[in-house]
Design a protein around this ligand. Structure first.
Ligand code: PLP
Length: 421
């Protein structure tokens, strides 16, 4: 019997341990990462991989960005956690930095993305009752088909993914419209509608980019009906798509903005809901909170992350390098590629359904030392850290082109036909 303190020596042993002792709620590629720096990670045996997933866009700054690590260590040595029962000297400066950067009055900090979405829902409902005048318990929020906003019960209550259906009873008060169809939104609005919740690009849904003008039209419709336009920019925000926010591509300022993932600098879970004083001002002490939300360690790390984002011009890099990379990917002559789409460094390569699922291509890429992850069944997601340099991106391109020409799968891959996380 192994003592619980023993580290398994091989990737195989790690995977066996996880298989035995962890709930099987993910289906990871068989790579056991032990170290990471910048865009590169190394497995237990010392094999190096180029990370083109960036922890679902949480690693916009790459692994262990030195400045953000420095902020983490400095703050951990000084003060890590107070709870919001008291003030701490990192919280105010964080609130100032993030609201100024995003052009919002106020922020409400949380930890994970799903908590951020839950917070936005509570914000919209309370605003609906206290400001808009919707009758108690009648508020409705409109969401989009194919959405992904997290995994809590309320959030999956408005998921259209069949895999989320087995967890009812669900939270009422949500309706669904097709993504990309602004007129469907207009038709779905009722006097009880308080908000429209939308991803400016659907990430988990398959890197779905809506038609040009969609976000601006939805924002106008929301304004006409006194409905809050709530943008979930947890995956698309903070430079990923080539602008600070993906909504910036259409000059849309959301009423409620949800950030997460990269806000934690690749080191900690940090999420936030931002809005005007009129909207976030509805909260009173005791209405909402989190033991860890706004903790000094998270605040120091998030502030360092925002500094790096601006100083290293990561949104601009994502725009320039991402667009060029996407053009090169579009030029790959492979019959199985249906479409290459995205914005900035959030790119999806949609494959023909006959190609046997995106997962086997991700596996073939991993064999070559490149880490990608499928999103939906037939889309390979390419989302490198925004700090990636051109030579690494060139290497990535060569491997992707080779694998699309011939994935050479050794054997059928478990879950090949289905999108497993
Ligand atoms: C758009 C969007 N919203 C919310 C979430 C949930 O974030 P978390 O996994 O931190 O709860 C995700 C995660 O992938 C996401 O992409």
């Amino acid at each position: 019997m192994t003592r619980s303190t023993d580290q398994p020596a091989t990737s195989e042993a790690h995977i066996a341990l996880v298989d035995e002792r962890s709930a099987h709620n993910y289906a990871p590629l068989p790579v056991v990462i032990a170290r990471g720096e910048g865009c590169w990670v190394e497995d237990v045996e010392g094999k190096r991989y180029l990370d083109l997933l960036s922890a679902y866009s949480a690693l916009n700054f790459g692994h262990s960005h030195p400045e953000i690590v420095e902020a983490l260590v400095r703050q951990a040595r000084s003060l890590a956690l107070t709870s919001r029962a008291f003030h701490n000297d990192q919280f105010g400066p964080f609130c100032q930095a993030i609201t100024e950067l995003c052009g919002m009055d106020m922020v409400l900090p949380m930890n994970t993305g799903a908590e951020g979405v839950e917070t936005a829902i509570k914000t919209a409902r309370k605003w609906g009752y206290e400001v808009k005048g919707v009758a108690p318990n009648e508020a409705e929020i409109i969401c989009c088909h194919g959405n992904f906003h997290g995994r809590t019960i309320t959030v999956i209550s408005f998921s259209t993914d069949p895999q989320n259906r087995g967890f009812g009873p669900f939270t009422p008060g949500f309706s669904i419209v097709p993504y990309g169809d602004a007129e469907a939104l207009a038709k779905a609005i009722t006097p009880r509608t308080v908000a429209f919740l939308v991803e400016p690009i659907q990430g988990e849904g398959g890197i779905n980019v809506p038609p040009d003008g969609y976000l601006a039209r939805c924002r106008d419709i929301c304004r006409e009906h006194n409905v809050l336009f709530m943008a979930d920019e947890i995956q698309t925000g903070l430079g990923r798509t080539g602008r600070l926010l993906a909504c910036d591509h259409e000059d849309v300022a959301p009423d409620v903005l949800i950030l997460g993932k990269a806000l934690g600098g690749g080191l900690l879970p940090v999420s936030a809901v931002l809005a005007s004083r009129e909207i976030l001002g509805v909260f009173r002490p005791g209405d909402h909170g989190s033991t860890f939300g706004g903790n000094p360690l998270a605040c120091a790390v998030a502030r360092a992350a925002l500094d790096v984002l601006v100083r290293e011009r990561l949104a601009e890099r994502a725009a320039e390098m991402g667009e060029r990379f996407m053009e090169r990917l579009r030029g790959i002559d492979a019959s199985i590629v249906r479409e290459v789409r995205g914005r900035g460094m959030l790119i999806g390569i949609e494959l023909d359904p006959e190609a046997g699922g995106a997962k086997r291509f991700c596996r073939a890429l991993a064999d070559r030392g490149v880490l990608c992850k499928e999103t939906s069944d037939h889309v390979i997601r390419v989302a490198p850290p925004l700090i990636i340099d051109q030579s690494d991106l060139d290497q990535a391109f060569e491997h992707i082109a080779a694998v699309l020409a011939d994935p050479a799968p050794a054997a059928p891959v478990a879950g090949a036909g289905g999108h497993e996380r």
